[in-house]
Ligand binder design. Structure first.
Ligand code: ATP
Ligand code: MG
Length: 231
């Protein structure tokens, strides 16, 4: 299993907000999972736990064999840099850098050849259809274009696990579909694992499994019936 959650609960404000309650979830390599549910049902919290950005109050989160609860802060940072591609709502693009520089940044830190990194960055920006915007700074891009830069950046480290919070939230339906198609292709061709939060049933339709959270619990799961039967 690529992602395993055992009895995971999480609370905020010293127990006043019970964000997740007793979540059990196994996701295997090459699966595309959509997480749906009302606002406040715990979707982003779940992604943060899988990314190791938040430690659960209770239960175990195991990603690619790493017990995230047992890793030091340094090891968690390394774990994320190598294994996780994050596509979150705040794009966190650096305002003084161009689109291409923003995309290249995660790998520059790792000390690979700059030429190689540039070639990969350009390739990814072409994939998200920003060929003619590579030299633009974030404030010279539309919201949807900034979102696509953030998606290209998340794909830069070739992470086996991609986590996305409303990746198509700011996109028109055509650009949104292009991105979903691209993510779907990455899952299928490169056996990557994708967990995507979305409110949009059309986006969720790209997934193999659709999990619905209600009030911090899994209330419904669609699409896995055939797999349960074979395993
Ligand atoms: N940092 C925090 N401190 C306190 N409470 C929080 C914090 N983050 C989230 N919560 C609360 O935890 C619950 C789950 O929040 P979460 O962000 O996971 O919901 P969500 O399903 O992603 O919602 P949305 O669809 O609105 O993004 C909510 O009731 C929220 O108010
Ligand atoms: Mg959220």
């Amino acid at each position: 299993m690529t992602v395993q959650l055992h009895n995971v609960s999480h609370e905020y404000n010293y127990g006043k907000v019970q964000a997740l309650r007793g979540i059990n979830l196994d996701i295997r390599a090459g699966q595309f999972v959509a997480i749906m549910g009302a606002s406040g049902s715990g979707k982003s919290t779940l992604l943060h736990l899988i990314a190791g950005l938040t430690q659960p109050r209770d239960g175990d989160v195991i990603v690619l064999g790493h017990h995230l609860g047992k890793l030091s802060d340094n090891d968690l940072t390394l774990f994320r840099r190598r294994n996780i591609g994050l596509i979150f709502q705040a794009f966190n693009l650096l305002p003084t850098m161009t689109a291409l520089e923003n995309v290249m940044l995660p790998l520059i830190i790792d000390g690979k050849s700059k030429r190689e990194i540039r070639a990969r960055g350009e390739h990814l920006l072409r994939l998200v259809q920003l060929t003619d915007r590579m030299d633009h700074r974030p404030d010279e891009l539309s919201g949807g274009q900034q979102q696509r830069v953030a998606i290209a950046r998340a794909l830069m480290n070739e992470a086996p696990v991609l986590l996305a919070d409303e990746p198509t939230g700011n996109l028109d339906s055509k650009s949104g579909e292009d991105i979903l198609y691209l993510l779907r292709e990455l899952v299928e061709r490169e056996n990557r694992t994708m967990v995507m939060v979305t409110h949009d049933p059309r986006a969720a339709a790209y997934a193999d499994r659709i999990i619905t959270l209600s009030d911090g619990q899994i209330s419904e799961e669609l699409g896995i019936v055939a797999e349960v039967m074979v395993s």
